[in-house]
Design a protein around this ligand. Sequence first.
Ligand code: AMP
Ligand code: MG
Length: 353
Amino acid sequence: MRRHAVFALLICLPVLASCAIVPWFKRTPQQTPMQEATAKPATASVTAKRAQVLMGTMVEITAVAPNEILAQAALSAGFREIRRLEALLSTWIKTSELSMVNQAAGQEPVGVSEETFALLKRALEVADYTEGGFNIAIGPAVRLWNIPEAPHIPSDMELEIAAQYVDYHNIHLNPTRRTVLLEKPGMKIDVGGIGKGFAAEKAAAVMREVGATGGLVAVSGDFRVFGKRADGTAWPIGIRHPRRDGAILATLDSTDEAVSTSGDYERFFIKGGIRFHHILDPETLKPARLCQSVTVVAPDATWADALATGLFVMGPVKGMVLIERLGFGAVIVDAQGGVSISSRLHNRVRMVP
Ligand code: AMP
Ligand code: MG
């Protein structure tokens, strides 16, 4: 009988430890068994992590919560939310709202959900802020280059034709009816430059609702963090070195904000010694040439994601002026590898030697 009890205790201990319940040997003499069962130490928290491929990329979520059940529930809620948004926004899914909008280009307005409408509205705002550098009407040109699936350098003639369909002013949002109309047949919305940040933002929100006190949602290079880690410290975020594979350029500690990076190392091919990558300059419909990478730090991940892509096109000078005007943060690596850091990040970013 006693042997059974000891065995059961041995099995239970790791589970108790993982639930961050105060171990039995730390019981204070004053605590009654009932107090002990209900008392939760102020600092008790558990960390749970999971990774999954969604939105065509690796999504990694970390949740911090008062116990294991809540931490797992927060992870599940975060992934469920990203899956839900993917079904609305992916242009790989034929039945998604965005696919419906693209299919009806030049024909009729399409009714969409609040989320899709809000995302498109934000995208058009960022387009104006970035003087058209960020442009979700870029779809036809993205298709033409098809990087990295079946890379192809389009001819001038092909680019000229595509240029007729990439004006974002021809995307019409009707807030009363919550509809979207693409004015010309052949137009295609591509939310590749904003959708991951949007998904990270929404996932973080549902995780908080479920009871997570802290978390990190990483959708490829788009991070959204909230609260603290289980040990009470901020989340360390690494900014990738754009030219040294696997190396970190700089780090910063983050709480309750978004950090998004756009880089020419993400999806690219090299031909004749020239790097052709996935961020296109809407003026030329060719890969933007002024930066190697842009990291934006902002209170909201949708802004951070879209601005990182938009700044990449605008380049380091105009991009930094915009970030300072908005009061956000940026780390920009220019085409020669020179690094500039916005005023708000001077004291926060640590360069890795
Ligand atoms: P990101 O990694 O967030 O910078 O997004 C890059 C993706 O956004 C590309 O793979 C395209 O799908 C899309 N894209 C390319 N160029 C632009 C642009 N100038 N504005 C908005 N989206 C773009
Ligand atoms: Mg982006």
